[in-house]
Structures are given as C-alpha cells and as structure tokens.
Design a protein. Structure first.
Length: 554
C-alpha cells in the first residue's frame, strides 16, 4: 500500500515538473510575420509570431528561435508580411462618416463650378429625395474668396431644399427652398454662438456654428435602419484603413442605439470609445456614469464632448485678437466662463471624462483655465482632453503640462489648413499653431486622430505629416513650422498608445503585448523604413480584432 502511494506521489511530481517545463499553451498562433510594435516606453520591438489566448488577447510575442507550441486550435501563416498594432483614432465621427458615404460628397471638388455640376448631377440621379443632403465643401480649397450663397445653389437646384455641411461641420450651405422650409427670413437673428452670413438685408445662405440649427431643425431625421446602414459603411471604411478602435466624438442617443444594435447582432467588428453629445445625451446614455466595456471590449461610453468655439475655416474659432483677413472679427466663444465650468463640473461629478473642442487661442485659454480651477476639486486620474488645440497662445502652452492635459490633435489638419491658417492669423500668431513637439516638451499628452469625415480616416497620411510637417506633395520644403516635427516613433505612439490612453483604454489595446487584445493589421512593407511618400501610399491587406480576421482587401 505504502509503495503504491509513493509511486503515485512520484508520478504526480513528475507530471508537475513536466508541466512547468513545457511551453505555455495557447489556442492560436499567428506566425511567420515581420512584426513591429512599440513597448510601454515607446521603443520599437520586433517579433515573428503572436500567441493568442481564448479571450483574444496576446499571450506572448515570439521571436526567431523561440519554440512554437505543438498543440494549437489553429495557426495562421502570414508569409512574411508586416504585422503592426491596429491604429486608434482619437477623434472621429462614426455615423457622420457613414452618412457622408450615403449622401452627396463634395470633399474632392476644386471649384464652385465643379461643386455645382456635382450637385446638379446628384439631384438628377436622385429625384425621389425630398432634401438634397451632404457636405464636404471648402471655399478655401475652391479659391473662391468668399462663402458660397443660396443663389449659387438655386441656379442648379431650385425645386427642393438643399442643405450641405462645410468640410469642418461648423457651417452649412442652404438654398432658398431650404431656408423657406425652415422659416428663415430677413427677420431671422443670429443665435448666441452662431452667425448668419448676410447679403444685404437677407440671409446669404451660409449658417455658421449654432446658426445651423435654424435650418437643421427642418431637415428630416434619419430612420433607425438608415443609421444602421451608415454604421456598417463607416465600420468597413475604418477597418479598411487599419483603424481597429476609435473615439466617437459627440455620440447622440440615436447614435448610441445604432451602436448597441450592431453589438446585439454580433456585427460590431471594431472598438468604439464613445463621448456623448453634451451633458443631456451623455446622462441619458450613461445615467450615473461611464458604462463598462460592452460586447467583449468593443463599446464603452467614456465621457462627454463639449464645444468652446467653432472652426478656423469658417472664422468661428475664438481668437484673442482679430482675424488677419477679416477686420473686427474674432470668432465667438460658445459659453461664458462660468457656464463651461459648470458643465465640466457636472460631468466630472459623475466620473465622466471631459473632452472640449477648442481651436482658437482664446477658446484654448478658457478651457485650460477651467481645468486649472477644477482639477484640485476633482482629483485623481481625470485625463482632461482638449480636442484639436490648433491655435494656442505660446504663453498658455505650458498649462497643458501642469495637469497632464491631453491634446487630441489631427496632423492632417496642419497640412490641409496651412495656407488658410496663415491668412487667418498672420505670421505673428503661428508659433503656437499645431504645436505637437512643444506639447510633449511641456508635459502634455498627445493623442492623434483624423476628425473624419472632415478629413479622410487614413492614418498613414497623418503619420507622415506628423514627422515631416509637409503635405502629400512634399510642401513646404523642409516642413511648415518645422520645429514642431515629431519623430516617426512619437507620431506612431500618438496614433496608437496615445489615443488609447486618451480613452482610458491603454490596458486593453494600443500595442501588441501580453494581456493586450490581439488587434493588428497586415501590410506589405515596413512603415518604419518607408519614405514619407511610400508611407502615405501603404494599403492595409487585412485587419484583425481579438485574434480574428474582420476585414480583408479584395
């Protein structure tokens, strides 16, 4: 009897020793890759395989010579292609991207005449549409020297309302039928935080910022099924660019329901960090605070999106001094100092993260001062965010470091807005414009995105712009305000870990490491060795989420 017990104990010990010596088992292996990621300190790491657990998280990164497990549920051979973490877009508008794909898109038009021809063709091809909706126009790109007018639209479509958003979403263009449907007349008054462009005594047809609501209230709202289609279109577009996670800035209750319907149907193939559209919608979604991660880490309400001012292109950005190309205009703040502090405080009391849109130097100063006042009251890890932070007075930039404020910025805005910013501001106020490197030097945090559909969701274009400060044509030579260039690795970090950190998600995704979700993209060519031009031209071949292929280029 004793011998049998001894033999049993010996066998058990031997089994435990063998188990301890065996390599860790994983359910899946993605192998034969030219893998590249950044570690927690922003240093480049190379690997040749990824072990993935049943929960879709990375178990281990393998290098050449590391033993591969013998027992696997499955193995994928990627034939030496490049694998890198999926991009995280820190600032986008998911449903708007989808609707732009379903409506009239003027983003690539180069002149008013080209836009008018596109509008006329669209109206003729869609006679059943009661309203012609769309956007993407940019009078600066057209070289028009003015805003377009209702008369311009009436010349091509006069039988039904036309309502078209400017590229930045901070102004919209209406024809006479749209203004009539909304009851806009010569007696209409610009609301606080908005401006009706006038032509003599009558509205000219362009409505800036809050004035857009005067017409928007008459526009038919999308049906829930139309929102579902818009989401699916947007998701496919984002995955095709290698974006595996995104912040959705300004999620309405209807948007949230569309995201939840996708999750309920098992059709949510990316991760969305949601920021409610103002306090009311945020509280209606989250009630007492941020939601937990839903659908296996694919959807979470994180915080609230507020607006301090408008956009530079429509002269709605709130400046400390007058616009250089419009004497007497300084833009407008959307809220008094006490109002914005009260809203930020209301959000912080329930634990919502606060993200405030601020483009002009006066608006950025207002938000930074509000953070300085509120931060001691609402301690802990708050991660206050300023969205865009495009034009900041150099005297205020150090305030980003004082409380670790996240500068959620979009490198492609610098390249597309450069000449317009020069005209709007004049050379003396460009020092604090799109100041990425300085933000890091003072201790601020960078999170990069694209602000799609204002810009293309393509992260490679933004990555290249961030370390060159030049556009796709290599202009201007040497880079615009070249002292604000980042290193290639710093820019990559801001598009991955920086953006994940900005949404309290750095423990979940943003790099490839044990414990992180296996969210990655497959390319041909090494983005760390590519020229800026080649980097801009890179195409994603496959996109994987939690170790599952969710998109493939045909």
């Amino acid at each position: 009897m004793i011998d049998r017990i001894r033999r049993g104990l010996f066998g058990l010990c031997a089994a435990l020793v063998a188990l301890a010596a065996a390599p860790a088992l994983a359910d899946a292996l993605v192998d034969n890759v030219d893998g590249v990621t950044l570690d927690a300190d922003g240093k480049v790491m190379r690997f040749t395989g990824i072990l993935i657990g049943v929960d879709g998280r990375v178990v281990r990164l393998l290098k050449d010579g590391d033993k591969r497990p013998d027992r696997l549920d499955w193995r994928a051979d990627l034939r030496g292609r490049t694998v890198m973490p999926g991009f995280v877009d820190a600032h986008g508008h998911v449903l708007e991207l989808g609707f732009r794909a379903m409506e009239l898109d003027l983003s690539d038009t180069r002149s008013l005449d080209e836009a008018k021809a596109r509008i006329a063709a669209y109206a003729a091809a869609n006679p059943e549409r009661k309203w012609i909706l769309g956007g993407g126009w940019n009078q600066e790109k057209w070289g028009l020297g003015r805003f377009p007018t209702a008369a311009d639209l009436d010349a091509v479509v006069g039988d039904r309302p036309v309502w078209l958003a400017r590229a930045d979403g901070h102004a919209s263009w209406a024809n006479s039928a749209a203004m009539a449907a909304a009851g806009v007349t010569a007696k209409s008054v610009s609301p606080p935080g908005g401006r009706i462009e006038m032509e003599g005594p009558r509205p000219a047809g362009v409505f800036v910022d809050a004035a857009q609501d005067l017409v928007q209230k008459a526009v038919p709202k999308p049906l829930p099924k139309e929102r579902d289609v818009a989401f699916r279109k947007a998701q496919d577009m984002l995955l095709s660019f290698g974006i595996t996670a995104t912040a959705d800035m300004g999620t309405s209750v209807d948007d949230w329901l569309a995201l939840r319907r996708a999750g309920d149907a098992g059709a949510l193939r990316m991760r969305v960090m949601s920021y409610g559209a103002g306090i009311e919608d945020t509280v209606r979604i989250g009630a007492t605070g941020p939601t937990p991660w839903l659908y296996a880490g694919r959807l979470r309400l994180v915080g609230v999106k507020l607006y301090a001012d408008g956009a530079l292109g429509s002269r709605g950005a709130w400046l400390k001094g007058a616009y250089a190309d419009a004497a007497g205009q300084q833009g407008a703040g959307f809220m008094a100092d006490d109002v914005i502090r009260n809203l930020m405080s209301r959000a912080a009391m329930d634990g919502y993260q606060v993200a405030v849109h601020a483009i002009g130097d006066r608006a950025n100063a207002q938000v930074l001062d509000a953070i300085a006042e509120l931060a001691p009251t609402y301690g802990g890890d708050r991660r206050w965010r300023i969205e865009h932070a495009q034009i900041v007075d150099p005297a205020d930039i150090a305030k980003f470091g004082a409380h670790g404020v996240i500068a959620s910025m979009q490198p492609v805005h610098q390249t597309s807005d450069r000449t317009m910013a020069e005209a709007r501001l004049g050379p003396e106020r460009l020092t604090g414009a799109y100041a990425w490197a300085t933000m890091l030097k003072v201790g601020g945090r960078l999170a990069f995105g694209t602000d799609y559909p204002v810009e293309s969701p393509d992260p490679f274009a933004g990555w290249a712009a961030a370390f060159t400060r030049t556009d796709a044509d290599g202009q201007p030579y040497g880079g615009w305000q070249a002292q604000e260039r980042l290193t290639r690795e710093q820019a990559w970090w801001a598009y991955t870990q920086g953006a994940a950190y900005a949404g309290f998600a750095e423990a979940q995704f943003g790099r490839l490491a044990p414990g992180q979700y296996a969210d990655f993209i497959v390319l041909r060519g090494d983005p760390l060795l590519a020229s800026p031009g080649d980097l801009r031209g890179m195409k994603v071949e496959e996109t994987w989420l939690a170790g599952t292929k969710v998109w493939q280029r045909r």
